[in-house]
Design a protein around this ligand. Structure first.
Ligand code: FES
Length: 174
């Protein structure tokens, strides 16, 4: 078996002058989440959610800022953020389409809806359209098996999805 070598030493982290973890976000986290936990570091997950909610993804710079804010190392934040598929570590489109591929949705025709989505958007799962409008993902059970097939569009659950209903909905989005 060959080792897979990543060019980590040459990788550059993109930075911008203004912080992702703004003073307003810090205040919100300080007031809303920190009091719920025994230690600051325990508030990492809600902090990552707050950053993602604000910026639509979590850049590495934001992870460094979260680490400093919560008293963690940047590596601990990256470890956590990269473990959960709910966290997006690359920019995504304005509308994230997540199509469930678990058993109920598979039995109720998710495959044909996925094929039509790929066809319509011209992208594969994991990709974003060139105009930055849509990102397409497959995902495991959305907890809506009784109303399969299910698709989540930017945190908006669509149940009993048919291609016609989904296409009409997607066409209505800005
Ligand atoms: S299997 Fe698709 S929502 Fe549960």
């Amino acid at each position: 078996m060959a080792w897979i070598v990543k060019p980590s030493a040459q990788q550059q982290m993109e930075r911008r002058d203004q912080p992702y973890l703004t003073d307003a976000l810090k205040t919100e986290i300080e007031k809303t989440y920190i009091p719920r936990y025994a230690t600051r570091r325990a508030a990492l997950l809600p902090t990552l959610h707050a950053i993602q909610h604000e910026h639509n993804w979590i850049p590495y710079q934001a992870m460094e800022e979260a680490a400093e804010f919560l008293g963690l190392t940047a590596a601990e934040v990256v470890d956590t953020a990269s473990f959960y598929e709910e966290f997006h570590l690359h920019p995504k489109g304005r509308h994230l389409i997540q199509i469930c591929q678990s058993i109920s949705c598979e039995l109720c025709g998710h495959e044909s809806i996925l094929e039509k989505l790929i066809d319509k958007l011209g992208i594969e799962p994991g990709e974003t359209t060139a105009d930055g409008k849509f990102t397409l993902e497959t995902i495991e059970c959305l907890g809506s098996c009784g109303t399969a097939p299910a698709v989540m569009v930017q945190e908006n659950l669509r149940e009993n999805v048919t291609w016609e209903k989904l296409e009409t909905y997607l066409d209505s989005l800005e």
